[in-house]
Design a protein around this ligand. Structure first.
Ligand code: 5AD
Ligand code: FES
Length: 369
């Protein structure tokens, strides 16, 4: 097994990333895994941050071609949690020892500005939790109000850096062009820590696109980066026969498999050494036996255990068969703790914000290169 890679081995420009994404040689892949693990340990340490995920609403006004919660999906019982229910989840997260909660939902105008601001304010008053919001594309007024109420972070995946593919799979709302990069930048200016990410293997995603996605993470100096496999949902166009018409040429199309996802996670760690990178639920869903562990061994340092009450959780069906679906927060926590200890990792205490270990202009330090 190769030990410390010689300088220049990890070419992380566009062509280098593309080559790594296509790499199949087991020895070279082993070197990639070791380097991602080394950089993860050097920059963010062995402690894994746990963020309690609360799926606050399954209503959504958008028509994303990949997501089971898209507005046209039928046969789903839509729900919106009440303030008291969301607060109870936050308190459960505290009891389980988590340092933050993520309030995630579809793009739901029913989650009004004042409602979310009120919930955030009470969570911040009653708990020591960091609060992350993940509520889609919202107005600057909403985002500012939520920041003032105490929200710390916002997650908004840009999904793909290819503008043509983005427009195809993420139709604009009438008259409102979607620009997630612009929203991410505005949120950073408002004082949010910002998180983003992409799916691996969306029909139409090429190796060049995925290499460009990874470079974008660095260019935008993202604080949190979630990379998970695309999992087809039968409720969506990309989960049915229409998906074929989206596929790139076979030699160009990125597969939505575990190996490619792990390469993308590992390369993301190399490119963004001090970012918070989750081992995603989608990866755990693709490989229930050890997907989450492999993510953590190959660059990730965050897990987002679901603390949504079980009846709601089953209705929040972005894709079918979500990992840990039937587990209560407490049993999931016990299971996860065992899995983390088996990997020799500890559970982090505190809110777990990004701690920069890079120079301001985000050039990686000497240690990393
Ligand atoms: N497979 C995997 N991930 C998905 N997401 C949406 N639909 C799917 C799917 N079918 C991801 C998107 C979104 C996040 C909340 O879930 O990246 O931003
Ligand atoms: Fe959730 Fe094992 S990690 S049940």
């Amino acid at each position: 097994m190769p030990s410390s890679p010689e300088p220049g081995r990890f070419r992380l420009d566009h062509a280098g990333l593309r080559d790594w994404l296509l790499e199949l040689d087991p020895e070279r892949l082993q070197a990639l895994w070791s380097e991602a693990d080394r950089v993860r340990r050097a920059h963010v340490g062995d402690a894994v941050h746990l963020r309690g995920l609360v799926e606050v609403s399954s209503h959504c006004v958008r028509h994303c071609l990949y997501c089971g919660l898209r507005a046209p999906s039928t046969g789903l019982d839509r729900y919106r949690m009440e303030a008291g229910e969301i607060l109870a989840c936050a308190h459960e997260a505290v009891r389980l020892g988590y340092g933050s909660v993520v309030l995630q939902g579809g793009e739901d105008p029913g989650l009004g500005q004042a409602f979310i601001a009120g919930v955030v304010r009470v969570i911040k008053q009653e708990t020591p939790l960091a609060v992350t919001l993940s509520l889609g594309e919202r107005s600057d007024e909403d985002l500012r109000a939520w920041k003032s109420a105490g929200a710390d972070r916002y997650l908004l995946r840009f999904e793909t850096s290819d503008p043509a593919l983005y427009r195809r799979i993420h139709p604009d709302l009438p008259g409102i062009p979607s620009d997630r990069f612009a929203q991410l930048e505005r949120m950073r200016d408002m004082g949010y820590e910002i998180g983003t990410g992409v799916m691996v293997g969306i029909p139409g995603q090429t190796w060049d696109t995925l290499a460009a996605d990874i470079l974008r993470f660095r260019e935008y100096d993202m604080d949190m980066i979630g990379v998970g496999p695309f999992l087809p949902s039968p409720r969506t166009p990309l989960g049915g026969p229409a998906a074929e018409t989206f596929l790139a040429a076979p030699e160009d199309q990125v597969p939505n498999d575990e190996l490619t996802t792990l390469k993308a996670v590992a390369l993301t760690r190399l490119v963004c050494p001090d970012a918070n990178i989750p081992s995603t639920t989608a990866l755990a869903t693709l490989d229930r036996a050890q997907g989450r562990e492999l993510g953590l061994m190959r660059g990730a340092n965050v897990v987002m255990p679901n603390v949504t009450p079980l009846p709601f959780r089953a209705l929040y069906e972005i894709y079918p068969g979500k990992a840990c679906l039937g587990e209560t927060p407490a049993t999931c926590q016990g299971c996860l703790e065992g899995r983390l200890h088996a990997l020799g990792r500890t559970i982090a205490k505190g809110p777990g914000g990004r701690i920069r270990t890079l120079c301001k202009d985000s050039v990686p330090c000497d240690f990393h290169h």
